[in-house]
Design a protein around this ligand. Structure first.
Ligand SMILES: Nc1ncnc2c1ncn2[C@@H]1O[C@H](COP(=O)(O)OP(=O)(O)OP(=O)(O)O)[C@@H](O)[C@H]1O
Ligand SMILES: [Mg+2]
Length: 323
């Protein structure tokens, strides 16, 4: 079983608004509303890819009830802790004329200490039957930045593989806790290592720095694929290697959540025991395929297989790692 954790679950509303401009009144030509939050998107894509997944996290108020009902309607297994404050709505405006996307995330609910303890107990219980746990997104108000870091250590004691996709302080602290995989996008990776990237040389160096901080595997998603340090140091059967996977970008319908689809693809392929290159190519194909739909985490597995043939994955020269 794969667990996805979403502590800032939401109802995601996506509106298509041609020629969107600030300060104007508009009419949406198309709209969707679905359960969201990064871990929920990952769970949706994993379900579409046929992998066993359970989505957990916290959800509150009428919006929380809608999130849980919509997940159940989609037949995505879920087990959320109910909290007192109301879960948030997130709105994305996609302009089909310019291709630009604007996202507005409401301030999420605060989580009390008692509610958080209920969640931690639930996660540790679910983890007894899980091989992989994916932590996605920001932390809610009222929760200390080291939560992911603490949970990663707990899950490692239970022998669970941990995957982390977050940003800022929670990402930095949790990277020190030696997660099995971290998957920042370029901007998040720049923030994590504390400098901007001018070229691929800088990106390769940063991947090494992230591994030195503690992550066993570091994957940086890029607009045209990913740069990934995978495998294990000192493991003859699964040596640590650096790869660059590339795909010619597609004309997107909406690229919101493509990072979540990438992550789901990578995790699904790993869970199925595929080789490193195939896991990365599959992840990139999933990220790309998900851009062809309005909803985050939505993809067609047959299209993913087709696109996978177009993803190249080359090994890059080894990095001089210090540890
Ligand atoms: N237009 C596109 N065509 C093909 N692939 C795309 C396109 N846009 C994104 N992708 C793929 O999706 C993956 C994720 O990209 P990105 O780094 O933008 O994630 P992200 O910023 O974390 O996204 P989000 O947080 O919204 O899920 C990458 O592997 C990238 O190749
Ligand atoms: Mg992302």
């Amino acid at each position: 079983m794969i667990i996805t954790v979403t502590l800032n679950a939401a109802i995601d509303k996506t509106l298509a608004v041609p020629s969107f401009r600030l300060g104007r009144r508009h009419r949406a030509v198309e709209q969707t509303s679905m359960a969201g939050g990064k871990g929920v998107n990952v769970a949706r894509a994993l379900k579409a890819l046929g992998q066993p997944v359970i989505a957990t996290g916290v959800a509150g108020g009428p919006t929380g009830t809608r999130i849980i009902e919509q997940l159940t309607d989609e037949a995505i297994l879920n087990d959320f802790v109910r909290i007192r404050e109301e879960s948030r709505m997130s709105t994305a405006v996609v302009d089909p004329t310019s291709g630009e996307q604007t996202e507005i995330n409401e301030r999420g609910p605060a989580v009390s200490e008692t509610e958080l303890q209920l969640f931690v107990d639930k996660l540790l219980y679910l983890a007894k039957g899980a091989a992989i746990c994916v932590f996605s997104g920001s932390l809610p108000r009222g929760v200390h930045s080291d939560l992911y870091s603490e949970l990663i250590k707990e899950l490692h004691r239970l022998g669970v593989t941990t995957v982390l996709d977050s940003e800022g302080e929670p990402l930095r602290l949790a990277t020190w806790a030696a997660p099995s995989v971290v998957t920042p996008n370029e901007r998040e990776a720049e923030e994590l290592v504390g400098h901007e990237f001018a070229d691929d040389e800088d990106r390769r160096t940063a991947i090494g720095e992230i591994a030195e901080m503690g992550a066993s595997e570091a994957i940086m998603t890029l607009p045209d694929g990913c740069l990934a340090l995978v495998g294990e140091e000192g493991d003859q059967a699964h040596p640590r290697r650096l790869f660059r996977a590339t795909l010619e970008p597609l004309e997107p319908v909406s690229s919101i959540g493509s990072g979540d689809a990438f992550l789901a693809g990578y995790v699904a392929a790993r869970y199925a025991g595929r080789a490193d290159e195939d896991c990365l190519r599959f992840g990139v194909a999933c990220g790309a395929e998900s851009t062809q739909y309005f909803g985050a985490g939505v993809l067609d597995p047959r299209e993913v297989e087709r696109l996978m043939g177009e993803v190249s994955c080359e090994e890059e020269p080894a990095l001089p790692l210090r540890r």
